[in-house]
Write a protein that binds this ligand. Structure first.
Ligand code: P1T
Length: 386
């Protein structure tokens, strides 16, 4: 069956895949090799050196392209390496408009590395499309969207951003890490580049660090493949195998992440010791209508503030959790809790992060796929800790 005809739940398993040419192995072998024999210089069978290409990584890249409804997939050594490759499309003097609420490491890469190379970043609340368009000038080259945002769960209207990008001939990139292609497919909405921290839901088992890009345009793909090879931040074959295996269950995991996420969000919201809960599935979430229109469901990421809470209350809660593990990262089968201000978003100056709501009392949850009753009991007991 051609890829184009497959439904999403079939693509995660079969998209872009064919049995291995040597023995028909159903899963691609882990081609743990750096190089390939040549009969004469240039006389190779499609692969010459594993930075440039490796069959296991290629199988993964085909899968990535398929699940995002794109034509070309590229795998990188981490999510940040994938973002780094996108930024290398730019030149000194170019400007980027980015979401103001985003992963702290993305902010650090933009402001501490690429600003030093003469690229200017504007951070803006993208829920207001007018505020985005007002920042466009003749140097603007790229709009960087993260949706839902990490950690405030704002939802950005991708179609509105596409309209601005098309009008002003800008590239539009969407960090699809929180949603995954199970929930939204930005290329179908008109985005030029989809980016993932494959470390998260795509890998799904907290055992790999990896990044990904997917695009449709051949010229853009060629430029990114050039950067991937020239800069060299590629993942190894073992990690490629693990993410490919993870993707095969993405749809069933995501379904459970969404169900558990909804139950945990509703539990927190009615709890007397909980103040604000950030989750796009609530009808009164400011971007709920956009989320409903562009996402299939609302995901398993939730942030909340303990009622009247301060820094020490958030710390007491995350330390008291027993089923949730206190750890950086998200998107694995196991539930994780984090304290953005001191962990994932510590690299954003306090005044900057507080402007987008990342206050000291904020707790972030990655709701896993355990029995939801155990997750709720764990939270209930930990909320008793302050
Ligand atoms: O960690 P890495 O694979 O390099 O991916 C970076 C990244 C990019 N984009 C988003 C939305 C992310 O959440 C991340 C990584 N985030 C965490 C480690 C975290 O705990 O939020």
């Amino acid at each position: 069956m051609s890829d184009k005809k497959m439904a999403f739940n079939t693509k995660t398993i079969h998209g872009g895949q064919e049995p291995d040419k040597a023995y028909g192995s159903v899963m691609p072998p882990i081609y743990q090799t750096s190089t390939y024999a040549q009969s004469t210089p240039g006389g190779h069978r499609g692969y010459e050196y594993s930075r440039s290409g490796n069959p296991t990584r290629h199988a993964l890249e085909m899968s990535l392209a398929s699940i995002e409804n794109g034509s070309f997939g590229l795998a990188f050594g981490s999510g940040l390496a994938a973002i780094d490759a996108v930024m290398k499309l730019l030149s000194p003097g170019d400007e980027v408009i980015s979401t103001n609420d985003l992963y702290g490491g993305s902010y650090r890469l933009f402001t501490r590395i690429f600003e030093g190379f003469g690229i200017k970043f504007h951070f803006v609340g993208m829920q207001d499309a007018g505020a985005v368009e007002a920042l466009v000038n003749e140097n603007t080259k790229l709009i960087w969207v993260e949706t839902p945002t990490n950690p405030m769960m704002n939802v950005i209207d991708v179609s509105a951003m596409v309209a601005i990008a098309r009008k002003h001939k800008l590239l539009l990139a969407v960090d699809n890490t929180f949603a995954t292609p199970y929930l939204q497919q930005p290329l179908d909405m008109g985005a030029d580049i989809v980016m993932h921290s494959a470390t998260k839901y795509l890998g799904g088992h907290s055992d790999v660090v990896m990044g990904a890009l997917v695009v449709n345009d051949k010229d853009l793909a060629d430029r990114l493949f050039f950067i991937q090879n020239a800069s060299g931040a590629v993942p190894g074959p073992m990690d490629s195998f693990l993410v490919l295996r993870g993707i095969k269950t993405l749809h069933v995991r995501m379904q459970r992440h969404c169900e558990n996420g909804a139950a945990v969000a509703r539990f927190l919201r009615q709890h007397p010791k909980v103040g604000k809960v950030y989750w796009p599935g609530f009808e009164d979430h400011p971007n709920h209508e956009v989320a409903k229109a562009q996402m299939k469901d609302f995901g398993g990421m939730i942030s909340f503030i303990p009622k009247g809470g301060e820094f020490r209350d958030a710390i007491a809660i995350v330390e008291a959790l027993k089923v949730f593990t206190l750890a950086e990262s998200l998107g694995g089968v196991e539930s994780l809790a984090g304290h953005p201000a001191s962990m994932t978003h510590a690299s954003i100056p306090k005044t900057e992060r507080e402007k987008s709501g990342v206050v000291d009392a904020l707790v972030r949850l990655s709701v896993g796929i355990e029995d939801v009753e155990d997750l709720i009991a764990d939270l209930d007991s930990a909320l008793g800790a302050f």
